[in-house]
Design a protein around this ligand. Structure first.
Ligand code: PEP
Ligand code: MN
Length: 362
């Protein structure tokens, strides 16, 4: 871990512990957008019945991809969040996208702020938000940037930390892509996993609503997140999802959220059973042995690649022969399928190996 990150990670203050949250997952729930006082209050009253929900979310200023849609109720909605806190005891959270938003949230005693995915991509705006938080002790959650750049995510934590914000958390909401995918935003689980490796003290909350884009995906994505050891979930919840003014397809009712919690399984993170521990150790040893073999095999493969590269150069044969590469890839995918390996996985694996092999031949 780079030295700067080590120090940052050491200084992180544990938001769930500070909020007295002991149960995993800790839940942030509430509508995509605050729309009316009635909608906000009815949703909050429903959510207050769910013991895991400690934080009520609602977007006040909405970053919409296209203009001319509902862009949030603005400042007025902050008063409704205040009322939520007074009447239900839930803490409140909303998105801030500029220093004015920060100022208004602080004035209205909002408990937690979050930086949205479209803001995390912009170092200028993140810096402005960080500057406006200097000397303010408030938890700030940062959503991953819309593109798969972990550096921007880390950069946002660094900017906030340099302004003195130590109560930091991450929200994994998936990444947009040009290709049509089943999900609204591809999860790319490797990115939050890498963030956890680099900054283990930053709690990670998964947002299955924005990853899936459809309520039918909330359960499987939440379960996957829990199985990967994620600390919390942010789930968009609306008293009447069908009537929501934004993200209507991906919201569930408070009652459905309570049902969902009954279905999700939280795994023990540390096995205590001695026999189980021994079994896990045995399997891990086998896995590590195979990993070493894979590394050795790839290194051997690269040696042959270098040799063939020299031969091609001497005989003026081009490095890349498309038909050979295409037939290799097809063959590998078929062999992989035969052994139960996912097509996309085999393809990605060999594309990576092949790219490196082509580089080696120049
Ligand atoms: C939201 O949480 O409502 C939101 C706008 O999310 P994101 O920044 O992840 O798009
Ligand atoms: Mn939303």
């Amino acid at each position: 871990m780079p030295d700067g990150l080590k120090e940052l990670n050491k200084q992180i203050q544990d938001i769930p512990a500070l909020l007295g949250i002991k149960k995993i997952p800790w839940l942030i729930a509430g509508p995509c957008s605050a729309e009316t006082e009635e909608q906000v209050m009815a949703t909050a009253v429903g959510l207050a019945k769910c013991p895991n929900v400690k934080v009520f979310r609602a977007g006040i200023w909405k970053p919409r991809t296209r203009p001319n849609c509902f862009e949030g109720v603005g400042e007025e909605g902050l008063k409704w969040l205040r009322k939520v806190k007074e009447q239900t005891g839930l803490l409140t959270a909303t998105e801030v996208a500029n220093p004015k938003h920060v100022e208004l949230c602080l004035e209205n005693k909002i408990d937690i702020l979050w930086v949205g995915a479209r803001t995390t991509v912009s170092p200028f705006i993140v810096q402005e938000i960080a500057d406006s938080l200097r000397g303010v002790d408030i938890p700030v959650l940062v959503k991953n940037p819309v593109n798969t750049d972990i550096g921007l995510w880390i950069g946002a934590f660094e900017r906030l930390y340099q302004s003195g914000v130590k109560k930091l958390g991450a929200i994994h909401r998936g990444f947009s892509s040009f290709e049509e995918t089943e999900y609204r935003n591809k999860p790319h689980w490797e990115i939050p996993i890498e963030l956890k490796r680099l900054m283990p003290n930053i709690p990670i909350i998964c947002d299955p609503s924005h990853i899936g884009g459809d309520r039918k995906f909330i359960e499987p994505i939440s379960q996957m997140a829990l199985d990967l050891g994620i600390n919390g979930l942010m789930i968009e919840t609306h008293i009447e999802p069908a009537k929501a003014l934004s993200d209507s397809k991906q919201q569930i009712t408070p009652k459905e959220l309570i049902e969902l919690l009954g279905i999700l399984k939280v795994r023990d993170t540390v096995p205590t059973d001695v026999l189980l521990k021994a079994q896990i150790t045995r399997l891990r040893t086998s896995i590590s042995r195979i990993d070493s073999r894979i590394i050795q095999d790839i290194a051997d493969r690269m040696k042959f690649v270098e040799e063939i590269g020299q031969l091609k150069q001497k005989n003026k044969i081009p490095v890349l022969q498309m038909d050979r590469w295409e037939s290799l890839l097809k063959d590998h995918i078929e062999k992989g399928l035969d052994k139960g390996l996912d097509k996309e996985f085999t393809k990605a694996l060999f594309e990576l190996i092949h790219t490196q092999a082509v580089k080696k031949q120049f």
